[in-house]
Design a protein around this ligand. Sequence first.
Ligand SMILES: [Zn+2]
Length: 199
Amino acid sequence: MANPDEQRNGVARDEAEAAVRTLLRWAGEDPSREGLLDTPKRVVDAYGDWFSGYGDDPREYLERTFEEVAGYDEMIVLRDIQFESHCEHHMAPIIGRAHVGYLPDGKVVGISKLARVVEAYARRFQVQEKMTAQIAAVIEDVLKPRGVGVVVEASHECMTTRGVHKRGVSMVTSKMLGGFRDDARTRQEFLRFIGDPRG
Ligand SMILES: [Zn+2]
């Protein structure tokens, strides 16, 4: 059983569970009803999972690099990295995928590390534009490649399940740095790799 005094980021677990009961009451429920008794505990556990990115340092994933790549200096692309995030405006899910490419300058990372970087930023409250820029910035900063491209496509449940109720729409954001920004051929090669109609 979870310790009610267990703290996370300075908040006791029972305080977090009480906040869930408050929202249940606000919505019109009786939190003491049998079916809801364990709900605050489950919600708090789910939050621990959905927002584990705050305890993750994306830089660490990029710091172990391989330099013995036999002079490979062409573009490296990891596409279709699926992620789940939450918008910081409504705390509603953002479900999507990211495509990440870079032009190495001697340093190459294990390909799963790019997915870890996406995950570390996704598992926080986010704005899609900000997340796209953060992924590109940390790759540029740690790997110092000749260029970075990040494209994110996602649907926002705050838009599909409430508000304007538009289903099937997705938002696309991109951040291009270095050669991906300055060289149209590099950018197009990247967009073609990820199947983007702009490529
Ligand atoms: Zn939202």
